[in-house]
Design a protein. Sequence first.
Length: 281
Amino acid sequence: MKIGKYELVVLETGTFALDGGAMFGIIPKLLWQNSNPPDEMNRVTLGARCLMLVSDSKKILIDTSLGSGWDEKFMRIYNVNQNGKLLTDTLNGHGYKREEITDVILTHLHFDHTGGSTTLADGKWVPAFPNAKYHVQKKHFEWALNPTERDRGSFIANRFMPLHEEGLLNLIDYKKEFDDEIEFIVINGHTFSQQMVKISDGNQTVLYCGDLLPFASHIPIPYVMGYDLQPLETVREKKELYPKAIEENWILFFEHDPKIAAATIIKTEKGFSVKETFTEL
């Protein structure tokens, strides 16, 4: 798929798992278990899907997945299954090298979105994409440095602090435009100053939803994660976003749905739901 000057390349990097109740908040298991079947530990499978935007002069990654270097306990708790699909391996499979990446846009700094931003080299954590500038919202970075007890476990310092220490981290002070085709939509329900990435040329639009909509099954308004710091803000953000997404037929890109890469949405008498799904762009 091409939007403006950018070719969109979907990068699959395996799966992991989180508690189903935490992923669906107040929604009863009876309502989500068919779309997202849990395992014997009540964990549901999450995809680890990133997006690359390629133009003549830029190779831009949006998020960097889990990355590598996790210990056995982490791999067991989160049931990580990468099957040789680390982000760098997937890039190589598409004919790209990590040194070619010019920019990395991070929606936010939770470990499943920025884990692949750094790599372990000679016992030291260093930027995985050494020639890239990494972009994140300034207010979110400040939050990541001093999170609450509730979300502290989502921030792993060695997955983003080396970017700052090496001078590669660009802190965006609520600026919305990255370039003519890329725009940031800043939201605060899941975490403070998460940035969704809108890629549009006026004719076609893809919205990289980050953790506003991890799964296609999160499209209904009440389906909000228990992880969200401000769930009522998530509800408001969905209500604000959906009408324009429907009017302009946006394609919503899901980072964590294990099967559905993207979808368009529709409003019916029962509320908002999936119109059409896509396994690739």
